[in-house]
Design a binder for this molecule. Structure first.
Ligand SMILES: Cc1cc2nc3c(=O)[nH]c(=O)nc-3n(C[C@H](O)[C@H](O)[C@H](O)COP(=O)(O)OP(=O)(O)OC[C@H]3O[C@@H](n4cnc5c(N)ncnc54)[C@H](O)[C@@H]3O)c2cc1C
Length: 414
């Protein structure tokens, strides 16, 4: 009897897991359970062109390969608990599922600040799903006054899109520059200048105390340490994410920041890998030999980078196939489309924010920036410079894989 695998989470990670289980030789049944009522779709356009045009889930959906034609999709149903010893999953409609193997791919949800009336959630919009994007798009009438709380990638991309549509957009953040926590203040200041040139206003170094609905159908955004109140027609909260781990509670798992896995993406309990449970995508945290620590990454390419290994580990845990025996060392990478050019990043810039060096170009223009820890290159950001991407990526890969620190001063030549 072939083992039955349940995949929980029908986003990109769930899709790639199903594909790679088949590619790894899993011949048993697969059921994917997804909390959203949609087949897996692409999220990055939701802050970009799809927010301009109005998102259409049919055009955002990922193609499904013939190899996963016989996968069962249960959509609009959330897992509410799991019994790992009994190998049973419970759903929010009261039904249960037995499994031999389990894939955890539930990603993250938007974080909410306690800035509503009485310290509850505020009457703001967030942007994680296609339905969130539809709700936001519907509110973006021409000339709408939009406040964006949070100057990370989601906040900056939404602000740029709203400004391009002719909206009056104001971004608030307690940090001194947009993206400062991810790419540092120097890159952040350059991004700020580009966004300002595109019509985005910033109030930085300020916190939001409260957002209240006004009698006229708008919103009043009260700042901390100031009597200032900003009025808006729409308020978007883009203040980070929370891993979707509640359904895994009570099982002795390591749920401190996502879910703890070993270096092969097998979920661990008490430090011991469970042979029949893997995790991947935004939710997975695992030790990465190149960075000498556990990492959890929320990038689009990551589910694809992780799926083959997760599937190989699970198939090995469920049958006679040998487990992978090489260290697993995927390279994190992301891009963001902002006015003035695409930003691309490789490695983990946040680990090297204490030592940021301009490798090529000008801070204000196209440039390559290196992020170092203990003198060693751990991350790169390219603003523009698309033609140099492969050179820089190769240099970083060489540096990380040899661990020599040779890249501390290196930009590729040529
Ligand atoms: C608006 C937006 C723009 C982005 N733009 C970029 C970009 O430009 N570049 C980049 O590199 N990355 C970008 N990303 C990040 C990238 O899209 C994510 O890293 C990627 O989608 C992660 O895939 P995932 O499958 O791990 O998680 P998700 O895509 O979040 O999928 C997880 C799924 O699990 C479901 N789920 C959660 N809990 C349960 C449960 N209990 N039971 C059943 N199902 C559950 C969720 O509803 C969700 O559908 C963006 C993300 C967003 C939201």
């Amino acid at each position: 009897m072939n083992p039955h695998v349940l995949v929980v989470g029908a986003g990109l990670a769930g899709l790639r897991a199903a594909e790679q289980l088949r590619a790894a030789g899993h011949a048993g049944s697969i059921e994917v359970i997804g909390g959203e009522p949609h087949l897996p779709y692409n999220r990055p356009p939701l802050t970009k062109q799809a927010l301009v045009a109005g998102p259409d889930v049919m055009t955002l959906m990922f193609p499904r390969r013939p190899s996963i034609e016989n996968v069962r999709w249960t959509l609009g149903r959330r897992a509410v608990s799991v019994d790992l010893d009994g190998s049973t999953l419970s759903l929010d409609d009261g039904s249960t599922r037995d499994f031999d193997g389990l894939v955890i791919a539930t990603g993250v949800r938007s974080r909410r600040l306690p800035i509503g009336e009485g310290g509850g959630p505020a009457p703001t919009l967030t942007l994680r799903t296609v339905d969130d994007a539809l709700a936001l798009h519907a509110r973006l009438a021409p000339g709408a006054r939009v406040v964006v709380i949070g100057a990370g990638f989601i906040g900056c991309e939404v602000a740029a899109t709203v400004a391009a549509r002719g909206g009056a957009v104001h971004v608030l953040d307690p940090l001194p520059a947009p993206l400062a926590g991810v790419l540092g203040p120097a890159v952040g200041s350059a991004v700020r200048a580009r966004l300002e040139a595109a019509g985005v206003a910033f109030s930085l170094g300020v916190g939001v105390a409260q957002v209240l609905a006004t009698p006229t159908g708008g919103y009043a955004v009260h700042l901390t340490d100031s009597a200032d109140v900003i009025t808006a027609d729409v308020v978007v909260e883009a203040v980070g994410s929370v891993p979707e781990t509640e359904w895994l509670a009570g099982q002795g798992l390591d749920l401190g920041n996502g879910i703890g896995c070993d270096g092969d993406l097998l979920v661990t309990r008490g430090g011991i890998p469970l042979r029949n449970v893997v995790a991947l995508g935004d939710i997975a945290r695992f030790p990465h030999p190149w960075f000498g620590q556990e990492i959890r990454v929320e990038h689009w390419a990551w589910p694809t980078d992780l799926a083959r290994r997760a599937a190989a580990s699970l198939v090995a845990g469920l049958g006679p196939t040998p487990a992978p025996d090489t260290p697993f060392t995927p390279l994190p990478s992301f891009w963001s489309d902002l006015p003035g050019g695409r930003i691309q990043s490789f490695g983990l810039p946040p680990l090297g924010l204490g030592d940021v060096r301009l490798l090529e170009g000008e801070w204000e223009g196209d440039c390559a920036v290196g992020y170092h820890r203990d003198g060693r290159l751990v991350g790169l950001a390219l603003v523009g410079l698309a033609s140099r991407m492969i050179d820089y990526r190769t240099a970083l890969l060489d540096d990380l894989s040899t661990g020599t620190g040779a890249g501390a001063d290196a930009g590729p030549t040529g």
